[in-house]
Write a protein of this length. Sequence first.
Length: 323
Amino acid sequence: MTENTIIQSETNGTATVSETAESDHRATAATASRGLDRTDAGPVVVLGGTGKTGRRVVARLAERGIEVRPASRSTAIPFDWTDRATWDTALRGARSVYLAYQPDLAAPGADQAVSALTEAARRAGVRRLVLLSGRGEPEAQLCEEIALHSGLATTVVRCSWFAQNFSEDFLAEEIAAGRVTLPADAVAEPFVDAEDIADVAVAALTEQGHAGEVYELTGPQALTFAEAVATIAAATGREIRYQPVGLDEYAAAMSDMGLPREVVDSLTYLFGTVLDGRNTAVTDGVERALGRAPRSFAEYARRTAAEGGWPIAGSEPSDAPRG
């Protein structure tokens, strides 16, 4: 399982945080406008366009006036990885594709699906591909090689664990309840902000000079999960405890919560195999792609808390925008 996905679903902080984010978006938009290859006319198809990174990519492209076609099972033009009859319609007329594979590049059969998708994209006249991938996974890296040798101008965005995994799905519920339980103790992870991932993806989709690159994206600092939870506690001003547990106990608890078997298996693989220290190192991928430092986990936590991203359990949900 790539570190970016727990369950697919997905910032306005203080005035200062909001203004900074808007400034970052404007700067990226100006860069994209200067670098956009007008021969790549046609929509950008975003596979997984409703997911954590996909919807951010869609929003950024739309902000720049670039035609974008989000494609998932729930979009106007549907795309379903298990129904290849939907592929040609989703890809028709496109010149660029952002590929976020579901359920995960480490899942059985992902390599065959990516191979078939890239072939369908070539037949449709697609020229550029940006592949979302995960660190430390041989299965994901096999998919990367398939994409890089597909004949498309491919950029790989290989990511560490998403910071946003803490503000979505059951992790958000645990934080709201004041206690986070995970089978991860001393291992540190350089959590990456999905906003940075989207910025890099949009640059690769709209600018020259990114084809053939493998951008390994991390945050600027590796934190243990306990440190990450403490950072969120400081940002929210609430007491949030972190409780490490054994892997078997955790898997049983996730099953009791009603999570699908494949999700539990993916979590077990993630915490039991991938999070073994192999991905602790901080990389310069964001800086190489964008010419700036990545956002910190503390910045993410402050921004999300200011947006009401972690309401207290039992309180009314926030109406603040979440992306």
